[in-house]
Design a protein around this ligand. Structure first.
Ligand SMILES: [Ca+2]
Length: 393
């Protein structure tokens, strides 16, 4: 019904009723509602096709030499772009007689785009249109950096042409000048230090310059080298023939081993499952970790001559690293043959620490391998300790 100014008064009242009363329904068919129906999109959501995902990951194993220690560093992240395709089809009736087929695809499995679009259109008497659409879904996968081994050595000490190495200082920190360093090792970021001299010997746990805990030795013991064996610390004494066994976490004294001769340096060779110990001569004594019994001895040599005064030790990757008492030289030793494989000149550290040559007690002593090619070195009563890497030359 159409309301207007020219209508009959009765119709005008009726019209007013219709406009104001919700119960007054418009006669069916009186109002033409032209409904436009919008068909819901019939396109399936694109989804990644797992089977088409090819991370294309090549994990480059960046290892050191054949005897690399299983310590690690981080390789660069690798990013791979994977493109997958999903196809959907929409069918709808139309009034024209056209079949239109559109196919678009993009395929990229190698981060190199290779896209193609093909459109085919034809006209005939059919009354449907079929559109095939290939949608593109791109997934970018960032591969988690992979930890790979870094060698402790600048060159393979068993095969290198140049075995004269030196140190490069990465950083340094304050060290207690009252600490007469006799043994040094590190684990999980904590430095374990044994100090000597009668009445002053201690076992210490350090976080850089800060002492985390410390325990004094019997005044009759002169502390010497130490090493970690599992949850225990084994600490030598100089002439007392007693190796103290400590709990690594609490510094509780668990017991001791007895041995003959002097104790200088010691390290746990996990590769050979043995303790290796020096006594100030050219001898390395191999000991059973359970009862400290001697199982073998090796004479350290260089050019077939014995190398004496082997002092503080560090077992690394099946080899032994030792500083030679009263020198700034550190050597790398094959513990089975006794052969000196490489020589490290660490004289720059004493100079950096301000230790003069005539301070005969304040000598280089203390070698600890941290991992990632980094070493902690120090000296007796030195005012600083150093984090270094080894370099050729
Ligand atoms: Ca050591």
């Amino acid at each position: 019904m159409i309301c207007g100014r020219a209508m009959h008064p009765f119709l005008a009242v009726l019209c007013l009723c219709c406009l104001t009363a919700s119960a007054c329904a418009a006669p069916e068919g009186d109002v033409q509602i032209d409904e436009t129906t919008t068909a819901p999109a019939n396109t399936e959501p694109a989804s990644a096709d797992a089977e088409n995902s090819d991370p294309g990951t090549t994990l480059a194993a960046i290892r050191g030499e054949a005897h690399a220690d299983p310590t690690t560093t981080t390789a660069g992240a690798d990013t791979t772009t994977t493109t997958t395709t999903t196809t959907s089809t929409t069918g709808a009736s139309t009034k024209d007689n056209t079949i239109t087929t559109t196919t678009a695809s993009t395929n990229d499995n190698t981060s190199t785009n290779d896209a193609s679009t093909t459109t085919t259109a034809s006209t005939n008497d059919n009354t449907s249109t079929t559109t095939t659409t290939t949608t593109t879904s791109t997934t970018t996968t960032t591969v988690t950096p992979v930890e790979v081994a870094v060698s402790p050595w600048p060159l393979n000490p068993r095969a290198a042409d140049d075995r004269d190495w030196t140190v490069t200082i990465e950083t340094s920190w304050r060290h207690d000048t009252d600490a007469f360093t006799q043994g040094l090792e590190t684990h999980d970021g904590i430095i374990y230090e044994s100090t000597g001299l009668y009445g002053q010997s201690r076992l210490r746990a350090l976080d850089g310059p800060e002492e985390l805990r410390s325990v004094g030795l019997d005044p009759g013991l002169f502390g010497e080298g130490l090493t970690l064996v599992g949850s225990e610390i084994v600490q030598l004494s100089w002439r007392e023939g007693r190796a103290l066994r400590w709990d690594r976490e609490t510094f509780e004294l668990l017991g001791e081993f007895r041995y003959d001769g002097e104790g200088w340096g010691i390290c746990w060779d996990h590769v050979g499952s043995r303790l290796l110990m020096s006594d100030g001569t050219a001898t390395l004594t191999h000991r059973d970790p359970d009862d400290f019994e001697v199982v073998a001895t090796t004479t350290v040599t260089r050019n077939d001559e014995p190398v004496r005064r082997i002092n503080e030790l560090e077992c690394v990757d099946g080899l032994v690293v030792a500083n030679i008492w009263m020198t700034n030289e550190i050597i790398v030793i094959d513990p089975d043959s006794g052969e000196t494989l490489a020589s490290i000149d660490a004289a720059s550290l004493a100079a950096e620490a301000g230790v003069s040559a005539d301070e005969t007690h304040a000598v280089l002593n203390g070698v600890a391998y941290q991992g990632d090619g980094k070493w902690i070195l120090g000296g007796k009563n030195w005012p600083m300790q150093f984090l270094v890497t080894l370099t050729v030359g």
